[in-house]
Design a binder for this molecule. Sequence first.
Ligand code: PLP
Length: 393
Amino acid sequence: MKVVYLDNNATTMVSAEVLEEMMPYFHMYYGNPSSMHAFGGQVGRKIQEAREKTAAFLGASPEEIIFTSCGTESDNAAIRSAVSTNPEKRHIVTSRVEHPAIKALCANLATQGYRVTELPVDKNGLLDMDQYEKSLTPDTAIVSLMWANNETGVIFPVETAARIARERNILFHTDAVQAAGKLPINMTHNAIDMLSLSGHKLHAPKGIGVLYIRRGTKFTPFMIGGHQEKGRRGGTENTPSIIGLGRACELAAKNMSAEMTKVKLLRDKLETALLSRIKSSRVNGDIQNRLPNTTNISFEFVEGEGILLLLDEHGICASSGSACTSGSLQPSHVLRAMGVPFTMAHGSIRLSLSIYNTESEIDFVIEKLPPIIDRLRSMSPYWHSGQEICTVQ
Ligand code: PLP
């Protein structure tokens, strides 16, 4: 069965160009980049080339790039460094809709006596900037706000937020894991001190991430070990993946604008068709401030998990906005923070596209999804009676 992959915010396919660039570094050029001999040295130079490509993609300098193992490590390294380099400050500002890489870390720091402000969002998933400003205090060690949300695609005005933090001498970190490769990022003209990205969201492999640290920002390493990454991240480099990420950044820098225009057209076609063919459906998240590849749609009175299972029978890959916690399906923390009505939040799915999706795949989903919703609703007593499934707790 052919797979129609619409789950690109979960992970992406490694592109053929990226794979080709990586292959020799598994088998032919396997030297340790730190070795004194020429065999290792050539690998070290290739890593430096990848660092330059990654830096160019971000509008940064190569020394500002640290290669890590993933987005989660980059997020953890940024926050932990900020609190340890500012030991007198005990307050962290973040939002209610962050990825667990930030949310769970902040919850953990709260158990160690840090005060964490999780800023709310409105029904469209947007921040109230007045409230943000008011949350900043002389005790704030760091602000961490995501550039774009993984579930809804909603974009936060992180450059404005970073400027406000800079005026108060507060460090600013952004989780740009979903933004990178979909939105232009240029660190030359903003006040963001630290930024995380992850290779597997932009057609590079899993297990490689980046932490950008602005020159002059104090940093204490998370991974302590050898002298790699100028002593800022110990551990022998994941050479093929770093080289792959460099190539992915180079390709994104060149092609992103044209590719995302095409992706947005497909996403809009899909969304418009589903909304018009399926009654009691809606899009979650601000329509204007959104990633071009993402749509989070709710279909009232059905279970998102049920939709995913039936889509899977047709080879269509998507995600739902529910998480199975303690045996019951809870709508995601993002949809709950937005106050999406319970009956809608339960029936939400995320469809996230990439440049590898085709118009015929989108037509296929438009053909298959409406009867799936009809079928699930025909089995739902709540759809017929119009009652709520249960009350919000
Ligand atoms: N931040 C965001 C917004 C994400 O979407 C993800 C992954 O889904 C991460 C962080 C974690 O990245 P990684 O899987 O590389 O650890």
